[in-house]
Design a protein around this ligand. Sequence first.
Ligand code: DAH
Length: 335
Amino acid sequence: MIEKIANLKNEISSFTINNNEDLENFRLEFLSRNGKIQDMFKLMGSVPKEDKASVGKAMNEVKNLAQNKYDEAKANLHKKKKKSFGASDDISLPMPPRYTGSLHPLTKALNEIKQIFLRLGFNIADGPELEDDFHNFTALNFPPDHPARDMQDTFFVRRSDEHPDKNQVLRTHTSPVQIRLMKHKELPIRSIMPGRVYRNEAVTAKSYFQFNQVEGLYVDENVTLGELIETLVMFAKLMYGSDVKYRVRPSFFPFTEPSMEMDIWWENEQGGQWLEILGAGMVDPNVFNAVNVDAEKYTGFAFGMGVDRIALLRYGIDDIRTLYENDIRVLQQFK
Ligand code: DAH
């Protein structure tokens, strides 16, 4: 009996397991219900009583040896499979989906605008979103009682009726950056100033309390209205295609004189309509005076446009709120 057990032990030890097939053969040969270990236990009945304890112990040792060898081999095969390609790996299977990022439609529209003005010789500047009364209004020639200073349009961060000059606001437009450039930079200036602006307006599909503008400013000796119009037409053609239909009409802004607005003709399935894309004009001498630029020597033009409108038209979005909700299902459509 003891010899039988020793032979079985040798058999188990010398069995090599290299793959799943070997593993299964090992299990069938030793560990299954009809395997050699169960057969061995069946012989227990013929063992003399006084030997039962020692033989039983030896049998259990063999059983544990087989079971441990099996478990270990199984774990090793599993590890190997994870690490390497085998003949059974199908490399033509599709990858699991990978979600990559994409640029936000506002960023895309803004990038296009920037590219166009960089080509036209403008550089890019920016300024703070929290502004004071001087930069947002006074220096831009807004009279003290101008309705745009009223609560309904402007988010006041700090407001004092006795000292309105100490008011702090979320900028209502990017025009205050013009003031900062003229105060701190050497002339000539030829810059665009993109940025976020804020207005205290009801949130609807068409209006939002924040949006994005791109301001433009060109100040030098002998800058003319003709150059302004030429620049705007060039922009419209590069942005909307060389066959774009546009018009320029007179308008009013406190900080420009004369002032104008530019419209482009936008067609869709329902027909067409004129859409205002920007305001512009020649810098008002009062603005030059506020920043100590010699209005006798220098002239300049300025313009300001909304980026959101461009993004909405370009991507056929009909609710401005879509641009700010950052719904991943919406954003994934702009790859
Ligand atoms: N700041 C104006 C607005 O928010 C837009 C504007 C109009 C900017 C004319 C300009 C300009 O620079 O010349 O409505």
